[in-house]
Structure formats: C-alpha cells, structure tokens
Design a protein around this ligand. Structure first.
Ligand SMILES: [Fe+2]
Length: 253
C-alpha cells in the first residue's frame, strides 16, 4: 500500500517536471555577498540565448565569464527595479558582452536600451519572461514570470518570508500589498519564487509557502501597513551612490 502510494507520488513528481516548459532551460542562481543580492542567469539550451536578472557591478566579471564558459549569447540584462543598495552590473555587462541590451520598467525613470511595462515579454530563445508590474517597494518594480509560470523573479516586491521596504523611493505599503496579492499570489501555488535578496541564506520559496507563511503578507492590509510603517530601518549604506548610478543603467562617469 505504502509502495503504491510512494509510486504514485513519484510519477506525479516526474510528470509535474516533464510538463514544465522549462525543460531545456539553463538556470543559475548567483550571489553577491555584500548586498546579499541574487542574480539569475536563464538561457535556452538550444539557441544559447541568455538573460541576466539583477546583475551587480562587483560580480559582473564573474557573470560574464560564466556566460562565456557556457557558450551563451547574452541578449538582455534586466533589472527588476532601480536598486538602492547596490550598483547594477548592467552597464559593465554591456561592455563585457557586446550585443547585450539593458532592460528596465518604463515607470522606473531609469535610462535603459529597452523600457518595458505590464504584459511585455522579454524573449530569449524559445522562452520568455512576462513582465508584471508590482509597484510598492518602488514605482517601477517588475516581477518577471517564466512563460510556463513555473518560476517568477520577484525583485524586492516579495522576499522569502518578507518583502521590500516601503519607506523611500516612492514606496507605499498599500500599493505593495495589492501588487503581491494580485500579481504574485495569483500565480500557481507550485510556482517557485526567486527574490532579489536574502539575508538568511534562503534561496527559493513558492507561492503556496508565502501565502501560508509570510509573516507580513498573510495579515490584513491594515495590519500590513502598520508593520511596514514601523520597521525603523537604517538608510541603505550605498543609496546616495547606487540610485543615481542605477538611474543611468549603472554607467558611471
Ligand atoms: Fe530594492
């Protein structure tokens, strides 16, 4: 009986995996330890076209080397938003990997080769990332959802058991609450969520986990706003350098 149940479970898992259009996807989660930022590399194994999400200046050389080692062709370096805690690696990557174009939301107010908004698709090979507008941490925050909705890159809108702060850069807790509930929590429960940061060493979560366990976003909107307005966080150390640089795509004078 136990064997049969286990068997079914395994078949279910295998089926679940093979049903994902993410077969043939190259995926790497990369880490920058000073700002605890995750950079994501996604590529089509067949066509070799690749995208980087949220590269960091200090680790841009590492990322470019990995792209070369894997024989990939970087088509886009995309940011989830105009970061305040680190300088984006986008500007340097454009130099290191000719042909790579920078992508950011139109609402970010930042310079980039391509400005996108809700519903736009960032294509790489036979895959694409759907842009969902998830403001609240900043006005221009995007969540990138893989075409088969098996994974999403939430930037600072949703962190593992947390969320981005809302006390500067046009932050608004009410807006963030609605963004997460309407654009991220409506994804399939099994959808893997990859944040822009984690400060405790966690790497990934799911929609189901966060809907059940996120200590802030499981609360009512009123309670959420109260929590966010009383965090009393220190100003990010790099904000005065990072924001002006990121408004220019990380290209420094
Ligand atoms: Fe941020």
């Amino acid at each position: 009986m136990l064997g049969a149940a286990l068997g079914r479970g395994l078949v279910g898992q295998v089926r679940g995996f093979s049903a994902m259009a993410s077969q043939g996807l190259i995926f790497r989660q990369l880490f920058e330890p000073v700002s605890c930022t995750y950079t994501y590399l996604l590529a089509d194994q067949k066509t070799k076209e690749a995208v980087l999400i949220d590269p960091v200046l200090e680790t841009a050389n590492r990322d470019a080397q990995l792209v070369k080692d894997l024989g990939l062709k970087m088509v886009y370096a995309a940011n989830t938003h105009c970061h305040a805690d680190h300088i984006t690696g986008t500007g340097l990557l454009k130099k290191l990997l000719p042909g790579c174009r920078s992508v950011i939301s139109k609402d970010s107010g930042a310079i980039a080769d391509i400005h996108i908004q809700e519903g736009d698709e960032v294509k790489f090979g036979n895959f694409f990332l759907e842009a969902r507008s998830t403001p609240g941490h900043t006005d221009g925050c995007l969540t990138y959802v893989l075409n088969d909705k098996s994974m999403a890159f939430t930037g600072d809108a949703l962190l593992i058991r947390g969320c981005g702060r809302t006390d500067f850069q046009q932050g608004c807790p009410n807006t963030l609450y609605h963004s997460v509930h309407s654009k991220i929590f409506t994804l399939p429960d099994s959808c893997l969520l990859y944040p822009a940061h984690d400060y405790k060493g966690q790497t990934v979560t799911t929609v189901e986990e966060e809907k059940r366990l996120n200590p802030r976003l499981t609360k009512s909107e009123g309670e959420f706003v109260k929590i966010m307005n009383n965090l009393n966080l220190p100003r990010p150390a790099q904000i005065d350098i990072a924001v002006p640089a990121n408004l220019k795509c990380g290209i420094q004078d």
